[in-house]
Design a protein around this ligand. Structure first.
Ligand code: DGL
Length: 266
């Protein structure tokens, strides 16, 4: 069984990529939405939540745990690895693939305050972005939009624009989604970027806009680690998922049902 957790529904953007390559697994997904968002919370607080959720996932039979949250990965994964006897797969800010494909030499990173100030992110940026410029912005209000299902329409475009446009103005043609909630805003982000480019007198080079979600790479890494650890990649009873929430189980169930409708392989 694979355990997955996030501060809320964001980790389901990682779950859907995992499901694409491990469709016959059993899963337990924990949404800590009573304590969401994590973005501005103190590191110690997030470590404590991660510990308590991990204990619960292990007690339910999780053999490996995906920390499907960039903020919790940055704050807590080292502690979790020291304290628990299972393997943990965390989120990596996708600066490396972004640096490889940018044509303007400017990469934008959207993430939470907690992720952007963490050593893990700063080290990744130092390592992979030596020859490019990286501009960052907190996705202000993004998590709240996703948690409340308001991911499309003028209000979402307005909120997204506030954080995205400064990155586009700085010349970013490639934007890293550094929070697992943000892929649920991908369509709105692309729409806002397209409108910005249509309104600006920019060279054609700017018209190629790349949005990078690290979830597919995280799913592939999970599969590799499961093979290394000898963990079965399918459950004899086939696919199952148990949804758990610290705050609002109905909302999590509703979000999950919506995801199933929009995704043929879940
Ligand atoms: N989904 C999370 C992340 O990847 C956390 C967002 C939040 O709770 O602020 O960072």
């Amino acid at each position: 069984m694979i355990g997955i957790f996030d501060s809320g529904v964001g980790g389901l953007s990682v779950f859907r990529e995992i499901c694409r390559i491990l469709p016959q697994q059993s899963y337990v997904y924990y949404s800590d939405n009573a304590n969401c968002p994590y973005g501005e919370k103190p590191r110690e607080y997030i470590i404590e939540r991660a510990r308590s959720i991990t204990r619960e996932l292990i007690s339910l039979g999780a053999e490996i745990i995906v920390v499907a949250c960039n903020t919790a990965t940055a704050a807590a994964i080292t502690t979790l690895r020291e304290e628990f006897p299972v393997r943990f797969i965390g989120m990596e800010p996708a600066v490396k693939p972004a640096a490889a494909i940018t044509r303007t030499g400017v990469v934008g990173v959207l993430a939470t305050a907690g992720t952007l100030k963490a050593t893990k992110y700063i080290d990744t940026r130092e390592r992979w972005a030596q020859d490019i410029k990286v501009v960052e912005h907190i996705g202000e209000g993004f998590v709240e939009l996703v948690e409340s299902g308001r991911t499309y329409g003028p209000e979402a475009e307005n909120i997204v624009g506030h954080s995205l446009i400064p990155l586009l103005e700085a010349g970013a043609d490639t934007v890293v989604l550094g929070c697992t909630h943000y892929p649920f805003l991908a369509e709105t982000i692309k729409k806002v970027a397209a409108a910005y480019h249509a309104d600006s007198n920019l060279d054609n080079i700017h018209l190629v806009f790349n949005l990078i979600d690290p979830a597919p790479a995280v799913a592939r890494h999970l599969l590799e680690v499961m093979s290394e650890e000898g963990i079965e990649t399918s459950d004899p009873h086939g696919f199952s998922i148990r949804l758990m929430s610290s705050g609002n189980p109905e909302m999590l169930q509703r979000f999950y049902s919506g995801l199933r409708q929009s995704c043929q392989y879940i």
